[in-house]
Design a protein around this ligand. Structure first.
Ligand code: GPV
Length: 839
C-alpha cells in the first residue's frame, strides 16, 4: 500500500496512514477496503447500507487515535472529570456530525461523489440512536458535543436501550407506535467493554450484624443480581483532538447466575431468569415531562446509576487515588431526578462497601452531586411508593430514612416549631400513601441546584422548591439551556453556514457570539437576497420531502409556520389549530378575503398512553384532510403533519422554517431548546413569555419577536381568582365558531363524539388557558401575516434573529456549568506520539 503522506496540512505526516489519513485519496481507499473487508461486498452487490457502513468504519478509524490519546492523557494526568448522568441521550445520527467535527465533510462528499455515490443518501441510511424523548435527552447530547469541543474531560453515563423512542406511523390520522429496532443492522459507533462489566444487586432484604472486628455492619442480601456491560461511543469535539466517551449500560444475566437451575435440569427456568434481567435495558419509557411510577423504570434508574458509580470508583482506584478524593476527581451532574437515586447509592458504596464513616461519606456525596431541574409540572415530579421502593432497594430506603432524620434535624434548627415545614420538606411524603420524593433527595444530596432558564429558576425558587430555597439559598443557580451550532447549523444548514462564513469567517462555529457581526449586513440588499434565496431553497427541499411523504403539494412562497415538539396539552398545539380553523372560517365566510398564504407544519410524538395528546394529532390530520381539499381555500392554507419527528427530521425542519411556534402557557415550559434552533436558522418566533423565550426576546429585541399571551404571573392570578373559559367562548364570536366547527363533526365526517373530549376540556376546564390567550394569539398572527408581506422587513428581522443567538450556544451553557458548578478546566489533547500512546 502506498500512503499519501503530507498531502493534507491537517495531518502532519505521522498520522497519515490508511486508517488515519484525511487526504481524499486515503479516505477513498479506506472506504473501498471496508466495503470489501468489513461488509464483504463489491460494488455490484453493495446496498446503500453497505456503503454507509464502509464509510462509518473509515470515519471511526479516524476517531480512534484521538479517542485513545484522550483517554491516555486523562488517565496519566488524573484529570478532574465531569460525569453527566442522564436516563436519556438523544444523540441523532453520528456520521454527519463526526464529518463536521473532523472538518472533512466537503472532502468526503467529493470523494464519495467521485465514486458515483451521494453522501446525503449514505447519511440517510444511519438509524438514529433515539435514546431520548425530547428536549431533556437532546440537551444531554448537545452538552456532550460542547464538553468535547471545549476540551473538558467528561463522561456521559446512561442506558443502552435496545429499543429507543418508538417510530411513529400515522394510520387514518391516528398515531401508531412501532418498536424502534435501531440496532438491527449493527452499530459501528460503539465498542463493548465486557472487561469492565459490573454487578448490580436488586430486591431482597438487609442484614444487620457484627463483623469479626466487633464492628456494627449492614449487609444487603439481594434476591436478584444483574450484570451491566458498558458500551462506549466516542464523542468528538469540533476541530479539536478531544474525543470523550458516552458510556451506556446494557443489562445481562450474570454468567454464573442460576447455575443451579441449569444443573437441576430447569433449563427453561434459568433462561427465563436471563430474560428478566435483560428486560432492564430493553426499552426507553416514552413519557416526556411525566412520571408513570413503574417499578421497571426505578430499576432502570438504579441500574445505570449503580453501574456508573462503580465504574467511577474503578477509574479512581486505577489512578491510585483514595476514595476520599472521589469528589475531587468527579463532578456528577444529575439530569433531572431520573438519576437522583445516585445520592443514596454513593452513600451505600462508600459506607457498606468501602467502610467509610457516615459523615465522611455524606461530605463527599454532597460535594460530588449537582442537580438540574427541568420542569415545574407536578405530574413530572418523581415519587415512589415507599413499599415499591423498599422491595427493590431495601438498603437505600434505610439510608434515605437516616438521611431524612438528620436533614429534618437541620430544618428544625433553622426553622424551630414549624411542623408543616417539616412535612413539606421531608424526603418522605406522608400526607397519604407514603412516597419517596426524588427531587427532595436530589436537593439535599447536591451542592448546586439549577433551573434551565431565568424564568424557570425564579419560579423554582418561588414555588416548587420554595422551602429548599429558604433552607439553602446559596445552592440555587440558573443555567439557561443552549444548543450546539455544529449539528443545528453547520451540518443541517450548509448553505447558510457558507454564506455566514463568507462574511465573518468561520470562528463563529466555536464562538457563536461572533454571529453578531452579521448585524452589519442586516440591511444590505445583496446579502438580504442571498439570505432569502437560501431560506427559499431550504423550503423547497422540505416541500419535496412533504410531497414525497404526505403527497401534499405546498407553496414554498407561503409562510412555513412550524410547530415541532412533543405533544402535550401545555405546549398548546391545539391553540395553533384554533388559529387555523379561524382562518379557514374567514375564508369560508368570504372566499376573496386577503390572507397571507401559509403552510402549517406539525411534527411530534405523543406518549402512547396520553389520550388527549393523541386525539390532538388525530384532529390535526382531520383538519388537514378537509382544508387541503377544499377548493374555496385555493391553496392559501395547507396543513401538514410530518410523521415521526426525530433528530433527523428536525435537521430538515429548522432550516426551512419562517415562523417558529413557541406557544406554551406561560410558566409551564421550563426552557425549550427548539425555540433556539429555529431562531439560529433565521426563523422568527411567535411566542409567550415562557421559558427561554423570555431571554430570546431580550437578545433579539422586542421588535423582532412576535409576543402574545398572558404572563406567568397573570396566569397564576387568573387561576387564583377563578378562571371561567366559558366567558371567552360566549363573548368571542370567532372563537365560538372555531370550537363549534370542531364540535359539529365538520372535520370528522359528521361524528360529533370524536372530538368532544377536546372541546369539552376547553369549555369546562381549559387547564392551560387557551381560550384566555386565543384573541391575543389571533391578533399577533395577523401581525405576522402583515410582516411577511414586507419581505425586506422580514429578512431584516430574520438576519437579526440569527445574528443575536450567540447566548444560546450550548458552549456558553457548558462554560457556565464548568465555572460555576463543576470547577473543571480544559485539558488539551495532542496527537504526538507521546509515551502514553506508545506504551
Ligand atoms: I422533566 N423536559 C423533557 O424534555 N422531558 C422531561 O422529562 C422533563 C423536561 C424538557 C423541558 O420540558 C423543556 O422545557 C426543556 O427545554 C428541556 O427539558 C431541557 O431542559
Amino acid at each position: 500500500l502506498q500512503y499519501n503522506s503530507f498531502e493534507d496540512p491537517r495531518c502532519e505526516g505521522y498520522l497519515e496512514d490508511g486508517r488515519t489519513g484525511m487526504s481524499p485519496s486515503t479516505l477513498k481507499r479506506a472506504f473501498l477496503n471496508n466495503l470489501f473487508y468489513v461488509q464483504g461486498k463489491f460494488k455490484a452487490l453493495a446496498t446503500p447500507n453497505d456503503y454507509y457502513m464502509a464509510l462509518a468504519y473509515a470515519i471511526r478509524d479516524r476517531l480512534l487515535q484521538r479517542w485513545i490519546n484522550t483517554a491516555a492523557i486523562y488517565t496519566a494526568q488524573g484529570s478532574r472529570t465531569v460525569a453527566y448522568f442522564s436516563a436519556e441521550f438523544l444523540m441523532g445520527p453520528h456520521l454527519g456530525n463526526n464529518l463536521i467535527n473532523l472538518d472533512i465533510y466537503k472532502d468526503v462528499e467529493k470523494g464519495i461523489a467521485e465514486m458515483g455515490l451521494n453522501l446525503g443518501e449514505l447519511l440517510e441510511q444511519e438509524e438514529e440512536p433515539g435514546l431520548g424523548n425530547g428536549g431533556l435527552g437532546r440537551l444531554a447530547a448537545c452538552y456532550l458535543d460542547s464538553l468535547a469541543t471545549l476540551e473538558i474531560p467528561s463522561l456521559g453515563y446512561g442506558i443502552r436501550y435496545e429499543f429507543g423512542i418508538f417510530d411513529q406511523e400515522i394510520e387514518d390520522g391516528w398515531q401508531v407506535e412501532i418498536t424502534d429496532k435501531w440496532l438491527r443492522f449493527g452499530n459501528p459507533w460503539e465498542i463493548a467493554r465486557p472487561e469492565w462489566a459490573v454487578e448490580v444487586k436488586l430486591g431482597g432484604h438487609t442484614d444487620h450484624y457484627v463483623d469479626d472486628h466487633g464492628r456494627y455492619r449492614i449487609r444487603w442480601v439481594p434476591d436478584q443480581q444483574v450484570t451491566g456491560i458498558p458500551y462506549d461511543t466516542p464523542i468528538l469535539g469540533c476541530q479539536t483532538n478531544t474525543a470523550n466517551t458516552l458510556r451506556l449500560w446494557t443489562a445481562e444475566a450474570p454468567e454464573s447466575f442460576n447455575f443451579n437451575a441449569f444443573n437441576s435440569g430447569d433449563y427453561l427456568g434459568a433462561v427465563y431468569e436471563k430474560v428478566v434481567s435483560e428486560n432492564i435495558s430493553k426499552v426507553l419509557y416514552p413519557n416526556d415531562d411525566s412520571s408513570q411510577g413503574k417499578k421497571l423504570r426505578l430499576t432502570q434508574q438504579y441500574f445505570f446509576v449503580s453501574c456508573s458509580l462503580q465504574d467511577m470508583i474503578r477509574i479512581l482506584v486505577g489512578q491510585e487515588l483514595p476514595l476520599e478524593k472521589f469528589h475531587e476527581k468527579f463532578a456528577v451532574q444529575l439530569n433531572d431526578t431520573h438519576p437522583a437515586i445516585a445520592v443514596a447509592e454513593l452513600m451505600r458504596l462508600l459506607i457498606d462497601m468501602h467502610h467509610m464513616s457516615w459523615d465522611s461519606a455524606w461530605s463527599i456525596t454532597q460535594r460530588t452531586f449537582a442537580y438540574t431541574n427541568h420542569t415545574l409540572l407536578p405530574e413530572a415530579l418523581e415519587r415512589w411508593p415507599v413499599e415499591l421502593f423498599g422491595s427493590l432497594l431495601p438498603r437505600h430506603l434505610e439510608i434515605i430514612y437516616e438521611l431524612n432524620d438528620r436533614f429534618l434535624d437541620e430544618v428544625r434548627i433553622k426553622f424551630p416549631e414549624d411542623d408543616s415545614r417539616l412535612s413539606r420538606m421531608s424526603l418522605i411524603d406522608e400526607s397519604g400513601e407514603r412516597y419517596v420524593r426524588m427531587a427532595h433527595l436530589a436537593c439535599v444530596g447536591s451542592h448546586a441546584i439549577n433551573g434551565v432558564a431565568a424564568l424557570h429558576t425564579e419560579l423554582l425558587k418561588q414555588d416548587v422548591l420554595y422551602d429548599f430555597y429558604q433552607m439553602y439559598p446559596g445552592k440555587f443557580q440558573n443555567k439557561t439551556n443552549g444548543v450546539t451550532p455544529r449539528r443545528f447549523m453547520v451540518l443541517s444548514n450548509p448553505a447558510l453556514t457558507e454564506l455566514v462564513t463568507s462574511k465573518i469567517g468561520d470562528t463563529w462555529i466555536k464562538n457563536l457570539g461572533e454571529l453578531q457581526k452579521l448585524e452589519a449586513w442586516a440591511d444590505n440588499p445583496e446579502f438580504q437576497q442571498q439570505w432569502r434565496q437560501i431560506k427559499q431553497a431550504n423550503k423547497q427541499e422540505l416541500a419535496a420531502y412533504i410531497q414525497k411523504h404526505n403527497g401534499i403539494i405546498v407553496d414554498p412562497n407561503s409562510i412555513f409556520d412550524i410547530l415541532a415538539k412533543r405533544f402535550h396539552e401545555y405546549k398548546r398545539q391545539y391553540l395553533d389549530l384554533l388559529h387555523i380553523v379561524t382562518l379557514y372560517n374567514r375564508i369560508k365566510a368570504n372566499p376573496d378575503i386577503e390572507i397571507t398564504p401559509r403552510t402549517f407544519i406539525f411534527g411530534g410524538k405523543a406518549a402512547p398512553g396520553y389520550f388527549m395528546a393523541k386525539l390532538i394529532i388525530k384532529l390535526i390530520n382531520s383538519v388537514a384532510d378537509v382544508i387541503n381539499r377544499d377548493p374555496d381555500v385555493r391553496g392559501r392554507l395547507k396543513v401538514v403533519f410530518l410523521k415521526n419527528y426525530n433528530v433527523k427530521l428536525a435537521q430538515r425542519i429548522y432550516p426551512a422554517a419562517d415562523l417558529s411556534e413557541q406557544i406554551s402557557t406561560a410558566g409551564k415550559e421550563a426552557s425549550g431548546t427548539g425555540n433556539m434552533k429555529f431562531a439560529l436558522n433565521g426563523a422568527l418566533t411567535i411566542g409567550t413569555l415562557d421559558g427561554a423565550n423570555v431571554e430570546i426576546r431580550e437578545e433579539v429585541g422586542a421588535e423582532n419577536f412576535f409576543l402574545f399571551g398572558l404572563t406567568a404571573e397573570q396566569v397564576y392570578a387568573k387561576r387564583a381568582s377563578g378562571y371561567n373559559p366559558m366567558e371567552y367562548y360566549n363573548s368571542n364570536a370567532e372563537l365560538r365558531l372555531a370550537l363549534d366547527r370542531i364540535a359539529s363533526g365538520f372535520f370528522s365526517h359528521g361524528d360529533t363524539e370524536l372530538f368532544k373530549p377536546l372541546v369539552d376540556s376547553l369549555l369546562h376546564h381549559d387547564q392551560y388557558f387557551l381560550l384566555a390567550d386565543y384573541q391575543s394569539y389571533i391578533d399577533c398572527q395577523e401581525q405576522v401575516g402583515l410582516a411577511y408581506r414586507d419581505q425586506d422587513r422580514w429578512t431584516h428581522m430574520s438576519i437579526l434573529n440569527a445574528a443575536r443567538m450567540g447566548k444560546f450556544s450550548s458552549d456558553r451553557s457548558i462554560q457556565d456549568y464548568c465555572r460555576e458548578i463543576w470547577k473543571v478546566e480544559p485539558v488539551t489533547i495532542t496527537l504526538e506520539n507521546s509515551e502514553v500512546t506508545d506504551s
